[in-house]
Each structure stands twice: as structure tokens, then as C-alpha cells.
Design a binder for this molecule. Structure first.
Ligand SMILES: Cc1cc2nc3c(=O)[nH]c(=O)nc-3n(C[C@H](O)[C@H](O)[C@H](O)COP(=O)(O)OP(=O)(O)OC[C@H]3O[C@@H](n4cnc5c(N)ncnc54)[C@H](O)[C@@H]3O)c2cc1C
Length: 381
């Protein structure tokens, strides 16, 4: 096995990171085998449940500065990646970067001011991309919001994409490229463990030049410092609503977000719960989401609920993502664990993809990468 030569690579987990890695590795001429316990529509992954907002500013207010720094390039990297994906599949995945709008009802104006001061404190040198809006400016950007809110913020450098379209385009690209490169997609397979050069599917063991663990929260049995943070969302079809940008509503108990997709489809979410339960969405959350939604735009009253999802964001204790590389032979890592994308998979995955590809090609010195020496399990470190 020599660097630069086509390698045999196994990937456990075909969610967001697993699919992106498989696709790009196939494009580089490697042979890739993907394993997932789910089917190709990925309904059990955090990737499918997510609102897929690319929101460095909203996330850094009260969050981690590294997430902002590492994620900022996503708004230029996604269009490049999606152009390549279109070349490979003909699918034009919905993506827009028109910024997001943050609003609050008059009684909650203090929450909006608090959010703005957190943002100012977190990224003082980027304040020219944060715009305070009058009622007229809110209506100019989003005509259907103007009557409800007498002001707000416009975070110019934010965007969103359609994750359903992305996941299915990635799946098609992997199949297409895999067909000519003998890649395989072993769906419906539960991976018991991933270690150097091997993926163990509960008795059946597969050997690879590089084994990649991209199981998200599903890697917890091997990564004890990983936790799941539950999130609940509704996917709705609202023909009477014409919002073109992600909207966040500040509220004393939660922040509601509304992320538009194509054809009047919106993803609505709010709750972040320190719980690892994968149980379906509760009536209470669903009622809270729907009444907050109605308070933003009465047109949501006639919306139909397409899906109600709950899943866990995979987070480490410091809320930062991590790439663990170990067992290098001739410079190639036998094991790569890519995890901890937490609330920011769509913001961070282009960066995590590029760093992971660099790690496979050689040593990388960056705080997101841990180079570990010859270990059987990263967890034993
Ligand atoms: C409610 C909610 C809203 C979100 N909104 C946003 C947002 O707006 N913007 C943003 O940037 N991020 C958002 N995220 C976060 C984002 O979805 C995650 O960070 C991202 O999906 C993590 O990617 P991953 O590939 O590590 O894990 P996943 O996408 O969960 O993929 C893991 C895959 O591994 C498979 N798997 C797990 N265990 C096993 C096993 N033992 N054997 C075989 N297969 C296995 C799973 O089936 C799954 O397909 C949100 C997440 C949630 C839950």
C-alpha cells in the first residue's frame, strides 16, 4: 500500500460524513465499501432529520469560536461540491445563501438584543456582515414577515440546502462511481466495531487499507466521550407561505427556526434536549413548535405535516468536531474516526471532508486532528 495508489477503503456509516467521504474517495480512484444499518433514504440518520442551515453566525452566538472559523468556508465550498455532484449525477441540489433573518415578538425584544450582544462579543471583527433591520427593511427582505415584527437582524453570510436532495444525489453518485470502481453499498448492516484496517459486522469481519468510522451517534459504544443531543423537527408543506430565507424566532425558552426548501416545504425545529432518547417527537414539542410557527406566519395554519422526526446530534463534551487518525503504515492511517459534528454537520462537513482527505493522504497538523499511535481502539487512549 503506497500513498497515491488506489486503496481499498471501508466506511461505517452512510449519513452525512460517510456519504461525502465515500463519494470523494471514489472520485479519487479508490475502492470504497460503505456499511449502514439504515436504507439509502437515511431516515434514521441525523443528516436526514436536520434543517441543514449553514449558519456560522447564529451558531457562534453563545457557541464555540472554532465552529465559526472552521465552518465559514462552507458557503463557498458547498457550491463547489454541489457543482461536482451535478456533474456526476445531473441532480441540481437546492442551495441558497441569501442570509438568515432573526426576529422576536415585541415582548421578547430583550432576547433579540441579548443574541445580538453575544454575536458582537463572539465575532467583533465580522460585524459588517450583521445588519440591524427596521420594520421596513424586514418587509423588504421578507415581505410576509414585515407586519408581524417591528425589527430584526439579517445575518448576510448564512444559507441552507436541501438535505433530502443532497443525500439522494450522493447516494446516486456513489452508486454510479462505485459501479465502475467496484464500490459496494452494504445497507442494512449493523457495524459492531471499527478498528485499524477492519470493520466488524457482528462476526463477519472485513479488512481494508483504511477503515473509517463515520457512524455519528451510533459510534457511542466505542467512543465513550460522545453524547447524543436530541433534536425534534417537523417537515411541513405550506403553500400559503413564501419565506425565502431561514428565519429564527428568539423566545425566552427556545429559538424556533424555519428553514425553507423548494416548493413551499419548510423544516421547523426548536428544541435541543440533553437526552439520548431516539423516541418519536412528543405531543408537547410538536404543539410548542406549531404554535410558535403560527405566531411567525398565520399561513402555516393550513400547512400539512409531511414528517415529524427526532434524532440525536453527535457531540463531544467540548462541542467540537474531531478526526482521530491512527495506525499509520507507510503514511496511510489504518483507522480514521470522524465525529462530533454536533449541531453543525452542514456547516462543518465541507471542512471535515477536506481535512479527512488530507489525513488519508498524509500527516496533518491542525487542532481538529488527533494523530494517535498504534492503538487497537481510540477509546483506550
Ligand atoms: C434535529 C436536528 C437538526 C439539525 N439541524 C442542523 C442544521 O440546521 N445545520 C447543521 O449544520 N447541522 C444540523 N444538524 C446536525 C447534523 O445533522 C449532524 O451534525 C450530522 O448529520 C452528523 O453527521 P454524521 O455523518 O456524523 O452522522 P449521521 O448523519 O447521523 O450519520 C451516521 C450514519 O451512521 C449510521 N450508523 C450509526 N450506527 C451504525 C451502526 N452501528 N452500524 C451501521 N450504521 C450505523 C446511521 O444509520 C447513519 O446513516 C441537526 C441535527 C438534528 C438531529
Amino acid at each position: 500500500m503506497i500513498l497515491g495508489v488506489a486503496m481499498n477503503i471501508g466506511i461505517a456509516g452512510a449519513g452525512l460524513m460517510g456519504r461525502l467521504l465515500a463519494w470523494q474517495l471514489l472520485r479519487r480512484g479508490h475502492r470504497v465499501t460503505l456499511f449502514d444499518r439504515d436504507t439509502q433514504d437515511a431516515r434514521a440518520s441525523a443528516a436526514r432529520v436536520a434543517a441543514a442551515m449553514i449558519a456560522p453566525y447564529s451558531e457562534v452566538a453563545g457557541g464555540e469560536r472554532q465552529v465559526f472559523d472552521w465552518g465559514l468556508s462552507a458557503l463557498t465550498r458547498w457550491p463547489e461540491l454541489l457543482a461536482e455532484l451535478k456533474q456526476d449525477t445531473g441532480i441540481d441540489v437546492y442551495f441558497q445563501k441569501r442570509g438568515s433573518i432573526v426576529v422576536a415578538h415585541a415582548r421578547d425584544r430583550g432576547n433579540l438584543e441579548h443574541f445580538q450582544s453575544l454575536l458582537q462579543h463572539a465575532v467583533p471583527e465580522h460585524q459588517e456582515r450583521v445588519h440591524k433591520l427596521s420594520r421596513e427593511k424586514v418587509s423588504e427582505l421578507e415581505p410576509e414577515l414585515g407586519t408581524q415584527f417591528d425589527g430584526g437582524l439579517w445575518l448576510e453570510d448564512e444559507g441552507t440546502l436541501d438535505n433530502r436532495e443532497l443525500l439522494s444525489a450522493l447516494s446516486r453518485a456513489i452508486r454510479t462511481l462505485g459501479g465502475s470502481l467496484k464500490g459496494e453499498w452494504r445497507e442494512g448492516v449493523v457495524v459492531a466495531s471499527v478498528s485499524a484496517n477492519r470493520i466488524d459486522c457482528g462476526g463477519e469481519i472485513f479488512e481494508f487499507d483504511v477503515a473509517i468510522d463515520a457512524r455519528g451517534f451510533g459510534a457511542k459504544p466505542q467512543l465513550h466521550d460522545l453524547r447524543g443531543v436530541r433534536g425534534e423537527v417537523l417537515w411541513v408543506h405550506a403553500p400559503e407561505v413564501n419565506l425565502t430565507r431561514p428565519v429564527r424566532l428568539m423566545h425566552p425558552r427556545y429559538q424556533l427556526y424555519i428553514a425553507p426548501k423548494r416548493d413551499h416545504v419548510y423544516v421547523i425545529g426548536a428544541t435541543q434536549i440533553e437526552s439520548e432518547s431516539l423516541a418519536p417527537i412528543t405531543v408537547r414539542s410538536s404543539l410548542e413548535l406549531q404554535s410558535a410557527l403560527y405566531s411567525v406566519h398565520t399561513g402555516f395554519a393550513e400547512a400539512t405535516v409531511l414528517d415529524a422526526f427526532a434524532n440525536c446530534r453527535p457531540g463531544f463534551m467540548d462541542n467540537l468536531p474531531r478526526i482521530d487518525c491512527s495506525n499509520r503504515t507507510n503514511g496511510v492511517p489504518g483507522l480514521l474516526r470522524v465525529n462530533g459534528l454536533f449541531r453543525n454537520g452542514y456547516l462543518l462537513s465541507p471542512f471535515m471532508l477536506d481535512m479527512s482527505l488530507q489525513c488519508i493522504a498524509g500527516h496533518v497538523h491542525h487542532p481538529v486532528v488527533r494523530e494517535l499511535r498504534l492503538v487497537e481502539s481510540v477509546n483506550e487512549q
